[in-house]
Design a protein around this ligand. Structure first.
Ligand code: ATP
Length: 292
């Protein structure tokens, strides 16, 4: 089972590409697609979900071209789009039955699958309540349930934690981890903590281009010996930000504890600390365009 993306580009205007020369090979497990707003994440996911067509490049699902033969992938695809709309007057069972019918599932098999899925997403008790009264997290769990109706081999979830409170976000992350098994899951987000625990591989993207693709622990090694921490007085912060990439600031009793990414010690009292994925992400996004 593999998804092979080669030199994929999507041109929106004469001088603007939403995605540019993007190549990637994915195998089972969770891949976190991490990038700021407007980076090109949805553009990529909509092409992979066979909703949009690329301007150039290819996507192969087990060596079959998904642009020429979209149905091969559609049969085994689950997709939770960013702007997933629910029907507020339907309850979860009615909604899932409706989605199963759209997907062409046999109604008896669908009923069994819906019962199973309501357990998986922990919505058995709320199953007969109208979706309009659900919390953000519950709506996203119904969204995942509809994406899982056909037991997909490729599951694409686009910014699923937007609008969720911290507890719901953790619950949703755990749910995805439980689902990983023998399928390819692509999870897009601009929030580092959404992917650092769950994803076995992370792809960083900005301005339509791939910046990095590696396991989280490999990415951390990029900044070994390059993250520094010390305390400064608050009035020195603007100057520090002009000169260095400041990846974190914490208020302390004796001033501001700053975290800085720098090749060499930025101050005599700066202590070298272990890099975080957030440091790597900020460095990649800020360095992009500059020479590395
Ligand atoms: N249909 C379109 N026509 C023109 N430009 C578009 C279109 N769709 C997206 N874009 C632009 O392409 C770029 C990438 O957008 P995309 O939605 O893929 O980013 P994203 O990483 O998913 O960010 P967000 O989370 O903010 O949606 C953005 O600059 C966006 O404005």
């Amino acid at each position: 089972m593999k998804l092979t993306i080669t030199n994929l580009s999507k041109q929106y205007r004469r001088d603007f590409f939403g995605l540019k020369d993007f190549s990637l090979e994915l195998t089972p497990g969770i891949t976190g697609l991490l990038g700021p707003n407007g980076a090109g994440k949805s553009t990529l996911m909509r092409i992979l979900a066979t909703i949009n067509q690329p301007t150039s490049g290819t996507v192969l699902w087990n060596d079959v071209d998904i642009v020429k033969s979209p149905d091969t992938l559609r049969a085994v695809l689950g997709y939770l789009p960013q702007d997933f709309g629910i029907y507020p007057n339907l309850n979860a069972v009615e909604f899932l039955e409706y989605m199963a019918a759209i997907k062409g599932l046999d109604s008896k098999a669908a009923r069994r699958r819906i019962e199973e899925l309501l357990q998986v997403v922990n919505l058995v008790e709320a199953a007969k309540r109208p979706l309009g009264g659900y919390s953000g997290g519950m709506k996203q769990r119904v969204g995942i349930a509809q994406a899982l109706l056909n037991d997909p081999q490729l599951l694409i979830v686009d910014e699923p934690t937007v609008g969720l409170d911290p507890e719901e976000r953790v619950r949703f992350r755990n749910l995805l981890t439980d689902l990983s098994g023998d399928r390819i899951i692509i999870l897009s987000t601009h929030i580092v903590s959404d992917v650092e625990a769950a994803a076995s591989e992370i792809v960083m993207i900005n301005r339509g281009r791939k910046l990095q693709h590696a396991a989280p622990e490999q990415l951390l090694t990029l900044l070994d010996g390059k993250v520094w921490q010390w305390v400064i007085s608050a009035d020195k912060l603007p100057e520090l930000k002009r000169e260095y990439l400041v990846s974190g600031v914490l208020r302390r009793e004796n001033g501001m504890q700053v975290r800085v990414v720098s090749e060499t010690a930025p101050a005599p009292q700066a202590e070298c600390v272990a890099p975080s994925l957030e440091d790597v992400y900020l460095r990649e996004v800020s360095q992009e365009g500059a020479s590395k």
